[in-house]
Ligand binder design. Sequence first.
Ligand SMILES: Cc1ncc(COP(=O)(O)O)c(C=O)c1O
Length: 393
Amino acid sequence: MYLFAERLRRLHLETRLVRAGLVSDPRTGAISTPIYQTATFRHPGPEQSTGYDYSRTINPTREVLEKAMAELEGGARALACASGMAAIQLVSLLFAPGDHLVVSDDLYGGTYRFFQQVMVRYGLEIDYVDTTDIMAVERAVKATTGALFVETPTNPTMKVSDLRALASLARRFGLLLIVDNTFMTPYFQRPLELGADIVVHSATKYLGGHHDLVAGMVVTASPELGQRLADLHNCVGSILGPQDCWLLLRGLKTLAVRLAKSQENAAALAGWLHGHPRVQRVYYPGLESHPGHRLHFRQASGAGSVISFQVDDPGLVPRIISRLKMISYAESLGGVESLITYPATQTHGDLPEEVRERLGITSTLLRLAVGIENVADLIADLEQAMAGSEIGS
Ligand SMILES: Cc1ncc(COP(=O)(O)O)c(C=O)c1O
């Protein structure tokens, strides 16, 4: 029924993205995957099943998306979840009270909030560690450690962790390596091929790509882990509905062209920001001055299109935000429209202030999620928003 087998693996990624779900309906030959908007399925007879019994367990539209994502990440099994946080929650259910996790200290604020406000209450012990420092990660591992959970590059200061080194450390200590691949997507980085066990995504971002849905994905390297998570997915019910699965399948088809364009824009904008007199620091792994630049390009094929930058005065932040005409002041990233975020009060508002300061998520840090507009228009918008704001003005 599907073309997700070996034959598909031999095609280039751009082609495989476009073909996601293309031959999912042999009966009609529909080019677009049908949306099976049904909760349940009629059984042909007593003790008989079509293979589809109830949509929490399996739904044909979700199945096409899950097979496509497993194939794209180079994994065995994928599960489509109601949000990125639902995907992270699902993976966290693998652990029991008393288990210990080593987590990147610089990561999406909502993930930190979830671990601290929810999983700690359920008895997990979490240590936040600079996962760019492999020795620090090793020092943090103890007898009860069950997994390493990392983002690379991190949100928002774009720190890069060595996935191959973390995978070999995880293997040595019998831990799972879980990677949040939201910023890179399988187009730029495939952590399972570098030795990770599980990849999670906020599919709300690049995979969807249009700021019009909230979704999450989990992909596992092994079928066994995939089955354990599929059972949990069915138990807790954090599934993605068929309409949103369809939107995500549609988003995947243009992932390569969207990312190529937004990355090209981001590279130009990062260079422009780097030379701006009011900008003190630019965090973008595509810049050679970025401390993780070389490592990043050993494990990923692109730098993506999120740029964080520090201006020289906190007073400038509200002025830039209110003067921007085209770039929207909104949380999220990865869509075709460019957005600007103030991490200290938005995405990372739930981190304690001293932690934010230590990580560089200061009152002068802005995060730009670059879209696919014409780059000259983006630069012009930022230029006019930052103009007339010389020091002291
Ligand atoms: C890196 C990362 N992981 C996970 C999430 C959570 O995803 P969602 O908002 O889809 O629940 C986000 C959201 O911004 C994110 O940036």
